[in-house]
Design a protein around this ligand. Structure first.
Ligand code: AMP
Ligand code: ZN
Length: 116
């Protein structure tokens, strides 16, 4: 655990979160500033900074994060209307929290994939 990492502290139970799904290796909780009617973040319990890092260090775990995102979408009732999964990685993406996380967004039409 990185003690200065917000999401590691959520995994450790030091900071509260509205947890909606968990597995042995992943945790999912509602985004504190939702951008859609459903906005859940799925993270690995282990610290990896971004998709580049987890993809190199533990690609199986990256797959578990995606599988958990699909389970969250199903549990939140998003599969009929559809949903979007976003993994911001690095400066151009606007990533703010450097513990890799998948945003699961849905519950209404989400608009264009990228704003211009
Ligand atoms: P990103 O820009 O991809 O790094 O996304 C970081 C996300 O974390 C943003 O959507 C924030 O609203 C969200 N966030 C920040 N702090 C918390 C928190 N304590 N609990 C839940 N979500 C958070
Ligand atoms: Zn972390």
């Amino acid at each position: 655990m990185a003690s200065d990492c917000l999401f590691c502290r959520i995994v450790a139970g030091e900071i509260p979160a509205d947890i909606v799904h968990q597995t042995a290796t992943t945790l999912a909780f509602r985004d504190i500033n939702p951008k859609a009617p459903v906005h859940v973040l799925v993270i690995p319990r282990a610290h990896h900074g971004d998709l580049t890092a987890i993809g190199a260090a533990d690609p199986a775990l990256a797959g578990e994060v995606l599988a958990a995102a699909a389970e969250v979408a199903k549990a939140e009732g998003l599969t009929g209307g559809g949903y979007r999964v976003i993994l911001n990685s690095g400066p151009h993406s606007g990533q703010e929290v450097f513990h890799v996380h998948a945003h699961v967004l849905g519950g209404a039409p989400l608009g264009p994939m990228v704003s211009r």
